[in-house]
Design a protein around this ligand. Structure first.
Ligand code: CTP
Ligand code: MG
Length: 231
């Protein structure tokens, strides 16, 4: 089943502390942004890519797209001050499609099978998001003191991609914009409408490159995958 993907790429990467957009940092000689774009470039079910960018980074990114032969990008609108605004800016340019995926450009290790599972679930139920089970014991803390130990079985750590039927995400974003609601992910906007959101079990490799140590983990994943291909 076909889909189009929105990739917010207009952040500044403050927590990475690289003094530039972290998406331009390289993992094994290739920019993080290109690793992510290649997943969708190589997925036959992906019919279009929308990339939210900072205006001052647009021409540099366009050069990268040419160099790495990324041909599916349909639009590179200006990002906004918040991630949600960047996503919305892409959605505004999009024509009606069946399924829209929103995925952090900073998560280069997402796989085609998880994407397919998300798209299928969104087709069936309206909204489906990737997540993994919490591994550690989870406690609620207030003022430095444990308040309670939370039942871990019901806790999931949420990632992207998040997949939606087009009309549902458009409505959720419009309502959020109207009332000035800012969510930390797109699913929150859909949850606010009272709509069910399904979870698709992802894996722990789908990390977001956020701080310096994530880069070490990222290169290790790439090396492991290269070995698997050459086996
Ligand atoms: N993003 C965006 N527009 C923003 C903020 C973030 O398009 N105003 C994008 C980032 O480029 C990234 C994704 O959203 O691909 C996830 O955000 P995050 O990991 O928080 O990246 P940054 O905001 O760049 O990093 P930081 O929060 O450390 O500054
Ligand atoms: Mg951020």
């Amino acid at each position: 089943m076909q889909y189009e993907v929105v990739l917010p790429a207009a952040g500044s990467g403050k927590r990475m502390g690289a003094g530039q957009n972290k998406l331009f940092l390289k993992l094994l000689e290739k920019p993080i942004l290109i690793h992510t774009l290649e997943v969708f470039q190589q997925d036959p079910s992906c019919t279009g890519i929308w990339l939210a960018v900072k205006p001052e980074e647009r021409s540099y990114i366009q050069e990268m797209l040419e160099q790495f032969k990324i041909t599916k990008v349909r639009g590179l609108p200006d990002g906004g001050a918040e991630r949600q605004h960047s996503v919305h800016s892409c959605m505004k340019g999009m024509q009606q499609v069946d399924i829209v995926l929103v995925h952090d450009a900073a998560r280069p290790f997402i796989t085609h099978d998880i994407i397919a599972n998300l798209v299928q679930n969104a087709h069936e139920f309206g909204a489906a998001i990737a997540g993994v089970r919490a591994k550690d014991t989870m406690k609620k803390v207030r003022n430095g003191v444990i308040e309670e130990t939370v039942d871990r079985d019901s806790l999931w750590m949420i990632q992207t991609p998040q997949a939606f039927q087009f009309d549902l995400i458009v409505e959720a974003e419009d309502v959020a914009e109207k009332v000035g609601f800012l969510g930390t992910d797109e699913a929150m906007l859909v949850e606010r409408l009272g709509h069910t959101v399904h979870i698709v079990e992802s894996n722990y490799e789908n990390v977001k490159m956020t701080t310096q140590e994530d880069l070490i983990f990222g290169e290790a994943i790439l090396r492991k995958r290269a070995l698997q291909i050459n086996e």
